[in-house]
Design a protein around this ligand. Structure first.
Ligand SMILES: C[S@@+](CC[C@H](N)C(=O)[O-])C[C@H]1O[C@@H](n2cnc3c(N)ncnc32)[C@H](O)[C@@H]1O
Length: 388
């Protein structure tokens, strides 16, 4: 896989990576992906560019409609009450342009002013470019919002929230041949970057797959996101009491490593087109993979985080009142064409095929909160607006 594209001619990041590979005699795919996404000057997330929305490379649920953040705000309000309706720290890591934070804070200010007054919204983002966008977009809530580095975050009570953060973490790539795991390394070839398989640490991988209760099938390729495991442990350590809400596309491990997924789930996004070649558009395209929700659940449990709920995004949103809110928004719309456009836009959040409803999942974990029944767990059969 060496094909280059227009964005690769004279590409400074490509040259930096080639040099690093020469120096080290090859780098693991995980290190390659880390450089492509997070090189301090030229990494995809670190350089100045439009990533989210029509002029970017991909859409996220918060870029689709403000209802997404509005419904999450309802869940956060319930969590605030469960924690005693006191000071509430809401940490969002990987906030992109800041629209989810904006929609949450707008909703809290409008519908739950008491909670708004007691909320401290902390944003964490590696990207200076994104931090600047967030500062601009959140200026109306400047007295409620601060920015911090993850390591500076003090232990807190409240909720740790992320939407499409973990899928951006660099992953290691492995294949299984003759019963042994091999790791994908990147080397310099005549026409660009090439892959090479090198022996992997069998014991470490066996332990990993034992933890998640799955394994790579002979001949298959799959990703392992070790940094997701470390992240979960770190988040659990920072949270004194409260909740963690993780929204992302992914699967339980058994499904992620299912026999039919022979090449894993790694994908790249460039100007709204998906491709499977991480060696082109170096630093100019997003590289991403589906996340292993079992890994988050098991490593969370090891760090005192209980699983409270795990479900598809459509069920989560419907539980929080998606249908009722859609009907209310439609009723306010007098123009039939605009009402239709609204329906089409909002459908994206819950549709299984091609939409974000099923591939996206929501994991809710808790620490020191017991097993409360949460609004997001409300069943579709309990929605009175749908009863005949
Ligand atoms: C795919 S975007 C998600 C954007 C946003 N949550 C939304 O819903 O539109 C990933 C975000 O995570 C940030 N990010 C990626 N890796 C990170 C890390 N290790 N720590 C903090 N932020 C990170 C990126 O800068 C970006 O803001």
């Amino acid at each position: 896989m060496t094909q280059q594209s227009q964005t690769d001619h004279g590409n400074p990041l490509r040259q930096i990576i080639q040099h690093t590979i020469d120096e080290r005699g090859g780098i693991s795919f995980g290190d390659y992906m880390e450089l492509c996404l997070y090189h301090p000057q030229h990494g995809y997330y670190m350089s100045q560019r439009q990533r989210v929305g029509a002029k970017g490379d991909f859409f996220t649920s918060s870029s689709v409609h403000h209802l997404f953040g509005g419904l999450i705000a309802r869940q956060l309000h319930e969590m605030w009450q469960l924690l005693g309706a006191e000071d509430f720290t809401l940490v969002e890591q990987g906030a992109g342009d800041g629209f989810l934070a904006l929609d949450i804070l707008d909703t809290l200010a409008e519908q739950f002013p008491e909670m708004y007054e007691r909320t401290h919204y902390v944003l964490i983002d590696v990207s200076e470019d994104n931090r600047q966008r967030q500062q601009q977009n959140l200026s109306v809530h400047s007295d409620r919002v601060t920015w911090q580095a993850f390591n500076d975050l003090q232990p807190f009570c409240g909720c740790f929230l992320s939407n499409e953060l973990i899928d951006a973490f660099a992953v290691s790539l492995f294949e299984k041949h003759d019963g042994h795991y091999q790791e994908v390394f990147v080397v310099n070839g005549e026409d660009g970057f090439c892959e090479e398989l090198r022996p992997a640490d069998q014991e470490m991988l066996n332990r990993h797959f034992q933890l998640v209760g799955a394994a790579l099938l002979e001949g298959n390729r799959g990703e392992v996101c070790f940094s997701a495991q470390r992240w979960m442990t770190d988040v659990a350590e920072k949270l004194q009491r409260g909740f963690v809400i993780t929204i992302d596309y992914g699967y339980p491990a058994q499904e992620l490593y299912a026999p039919f997924r022979r090449q894993g789930s790694l994908l790249c996004y460039y100007q709204h087109t998906a491709n499977d070649n991480p060696y082109q558009n170096v630093g100019c395209q997003d590289i991403t993979s589906h996340i292993d929700f079992t890994l988050l659940q098991r490593s969370g449990e090891q760090a005192e985080l209980d699983v409270l709920h795990f479900t598809e995004q459509y069920r989560f949103l419907i539980g929080l009142g998606f249908v009722e809110q859609l009907m209310a928004l439609q009723a306010q719309e007098t123009d039939p064409q605009r009402a239709m456009a609204l329906r089409m836009t909002l459908k994206n959040l819950i549709l299984p095929d091609g939409g974000m409803g099923e591939t996206f999942k929501v994991l809710v974990q808790g620490k020191g909160v017991g097993q409360p029944a949460l609004q997001c767990q409300r069943k579709i059969s309990e929605i009175s607006a749908l009863s005949v």
